[in-house]
Design a protein around this ligand. Structure first.
Ligand SMILES: Nc1ncnc2c1ncn2[C@@H]1O[C@H](COP(=O)(O)OP(=O)(O)OP(=O)(O)O)[C@@H](O)[C@H]1O
Ligand SMILES: [Mg+2]
Length: 367
């Protein structure tokens, strides 16, 4: 089932939790809503579910305007982080619940409900536990039962809000892999919310990056990591370092020194340079590079993370160097980013940005 979210706005007592959000979810797609706390992920998921209604805009399920339809009419399945199972019901009864409460017209016979519950229990790899009660299961097993319960109604869309949020890292990783397998086996259109970027990037076909009630970027894991289209996405996905610079005469300048990066298409004026700490090359020094003083250095697995002070102690950036690099205290390091982007200052290279960023994409010097 495709879901089309069209110019959706949501206000809570005049507080705008979502501003003009549009998104087309393809049938069978596994899509992640990723963003910091308060960015509007749960709000958007609840609007898709029909647990709440938009202040403006519309939500289509296929060709049908579902904006005012109930959860039941939309036929969605959902699992929330703390969406508890019914304590007094066995695992099998929990899974069959959504079918049992259907109006008699569409309710399958008892034996059929039981058969379906056992089949789903098998799918979530918990065969044999149908008689247990939720208190007799581990956290990960409970979440799997919750997922089986959501799947039992054969939902048109499956919605998951941080379904593995409360579990430890190891179990999360296992359930993640397993959710991907279930998704491939069942082909449900699935939207899941997470603020764990590793989870989003690993699991989803496409990631929707949200900030302050807006969608910043939609794309594959590669798109959002390699081609971030705003300072926010650059800073939010993966590691990044940034410096205030000026673009003048097609060159990037840092405190009146050219740093050897050509920015022909960028607007002239104040800008913010972004790069990944591991995407830098060391140079001999002199002109056309960034020179810093080592302020801190720590060994992290196979590399050395070095914090540099640039222009006195005015700015700090982090770069990653080979583990054996002798980055001792106060020594000078000269480098140049290999892959980078500059965003004009007016595009909101600023945490409180309200405007969508203007995209400036530039090729590094020498490529
Ligand atoms: N019922 C409500 N009444 C008033 N404000 C609300 C309500 N629900 C959410 N909000 C506000 O809307 C904004 C978005 O909230 P939402 O729950 O969608 O964030 P989220 O991205 O899911 O965050 P988290 O990662 O913390 O779960 C927040 O500022 C929140 O305080
Ligand atoms: Mg939330």
């Amino acid at each position: 089932m495709e879901v089309s979210i069209q110019n959706v706005r949501k206000e809570f007592e005049r507080f705008p939790a979502l501003h003009d959000v549009s998104l087309d979810i393809r049938s069978g797609e596994l899509i992640a809503l990723l963003g910091p706390s308060g960015s509007g992920k749960t709000t958007l998921l609840r609007l898709i579910a029909g647990l709440d209604f938009p202040t403006g805009g519309a939500i289509y399920f296929g060709d049908e305007d579902a904006s005012r339809k109930s959860v039941q009419e939309r036929n969605v399945g959902f699992v929330f982080q703390h969406y508890a199972l019914f304590k007094h019901m066995s695992v099998a009864d929990n899974i069959g619940y959504g079918l049992k409460v259907r109006p008699s017209r569409t309710r399958p016979p008892k034996a059929e409900i039981r058969r379906r519950a056992l089949e789903l229990l098998d799918l979530v790899q918990l065969s044999g536990l149908e008689k247990r009660y939720p208190s007799q299961l581990s956290g990960g097993q409970r979440q799997r039962v919750a997922l089986a319960r959501a799947l039992a109604i054969e939902p048109r869309v499956l919605l998951l809000d941080e379904p593995f949020g409360a579990l430890d890292a190891q179990v999360r990783r296992e359930l993640r892999r397993w959710l991907r397998e279930i998704h491939e086996a069942t082909g449900h259109t699935t939207v899941f919310v997470t603020h764990d970027q590793e989870e989003a990037l690993e699991l989803a076909d496409r990631v929707v990056v949200m900030s302050q009630g807006r969608i910043e970027q939609v794309g594959s894991a590669d798109d959002v990591y390699d081609q971030p289209n705003s300072p926010f996405v650059y800073g939010f996905i993966g590691e990044s370092s940034s410096l205030p610079v000026t673009v003048e005469k097609g060159q990037v300048w840092l405190d009146d020194r050219s740093i050897g990066l050509t920015a022909k298409d960028a607007p002239e004026g104040s800008a913010q340079l972004y790069f990944r700490p591991h995407d830098v090359e060391l140079v001999e020094g002199g002109n056309g590079c960034i020179v810093g003083t080592v302020a801190a250095s720590r060994r992290v697995a196979g590399t050395r993370h070095v914090e540099l002070e640039i222009g006195g102690a005015q700015h700090r950036v982090e770069i990653e160097l080979p583990a054996d690099h002798p980055a001792v205290g106060r020594s000078r390091v000269a480098f140049r980013p290999k892959k980078w982007k500059v965003f004009p200052q007016s595009s909101g290279a600023h945490p409180l940005r309200r405007q969508p960023a203007e995209i400036v994409e530039l090729a590094p010097t020498g490529t």
